[in-house]
Design a protein around this ligand. Structure first.
Ligand SMILES: Nc1ncnc2c1ncn2[C@@H]1O[C@H](COP(=O)(O)OP(=O)(O)OP(=O)(O)O)[C@@H](O)[C@H]1O
Ligand SMILES: [Mg+2]
Length: 262
């Protein structure tokens, strides 16, 4: 039986899809059979984040409507045989009900270790549909006050669902601003939200570069932070990336000084 984890946020653009794709790749690299479900039926782009968009032939709605078998809609990632994608609805998304999504996932549950569900932004039906089929949730926020407030609202809503675990991911943390005390630290944000922190992910240009190509994150600070998240999920630990590490010590202070000059 797969662990079904929804990645949600409230506020849009905080990194749900990015984290979902990178976490899926990290879990697959650890040989955990992982299915990524694109439940953002409005502005889906998980296929693009994975660089699989040109291979999509059928989507989840085709499988629900019987235009193809479920196996035809599942797309295997050539780079990692343990990673699969169930692409989002291309048309008629709003007509796909919670129970239809639940019955699709029930059919694949035994075939995977993890099912990661990429949720749309906001708290309307798309949010509830995605959360209703999950057992666990990861709430993604950035240090931006609006994102933190929306994450807090989402955490309150998640409290109405029978989830086994709810964790927080603080994404796009600027270690230099934290050291300068111009921004809340990831630890402070997690404490404000009052739920266990599962990952602190630094702001990292490599993410932007990879987003443009749909490529896999190479060795980079964000990749390390998301690798720790995969470890935490598989071994139950709580390793958290130190986003201020690069700005400590003599060289760190020099780097900080140079950053302040630009
Ligand atoms: N750690 C990071 N460092 C730098 N850029 C990042 C990081 N995480 C995400 N981004 C960038 O932020 C942008 C938004 O990311 P993404 O699409 O994953 O957000 P989202 O929450 O899924 O958005 P939506 O709510 O629209 O679905 C993308 O351009 C992505 O490359
Ligand atoms: Mg998204």
């Amino acid at each position: 039986m797969a662990r079904r984890i929804v990645l949600t946020s409230g506020k849009g653009g905080v990194g749900k899809t990015t984290v979902c794709a990178a976490l899926g790749l990290a879990l697959a690299a650890k040989r955990r059979k992982t299915l990524l479900v694109d439940a953002d039926f409005g502005l889906n782009n998980l296929d693009v984040a994975l660089g699989l968009e040109t291979r999509v032939v059928y989507d989840i709605n085709d499988a629900v409507q019987g235009r193809c078998g479920l196996a035809d809609a599942l797309l295997r990632d050539d780079r990692h045989p343990s990673l699969w994608l169930l692409p989002s609805v291309r048309t008629d998304g709003e007509r796909l009900t919670r129970s239809a999504l639940a019955s699709v996932l029930a059919r694949v549950d035994d075939d995977f270790d993890f099912v990661l569900i990429d949720c749309p932004a906001g708290i309307d039906e798309g949010f509830h549909r995605a959360v209703s089929v999950a057992d666990e949730a990861l709430v993604v926020t950035t240090p931006h006050p609006a994102a933190i407030r929306d994450a807090d609202k989402v955490l309150t809503l998640l409290g109405t669902y029978p989830l086994h675990a709810v964790g927080v991911i603080v994404n796009r943390v600027r270690g230099d601003l934290v050291v300068d005390k111009r921004c809340l630290s990831a630890q402070e944000i997690a404490a404000v939200l009052g739920h266990p922190a599962m990952a602190y992910v630094p702001e990292d240009d490599t993410v932007t570069i990879c987003a443009a190509t749909g490529g896999e994150l190479p060795r980079s600070p964000a990749a390390r932070a998301l690798g720790m998240l995969a470890d935490n999920l598989t071994d139950g630990g709580r390793k958290l990336y130190d986003c201020t590490y690069d700005y400590r010590g003599l060289w760190g202070r020099l780097k900080l000084y140079l950053r302040r000059q630009v």
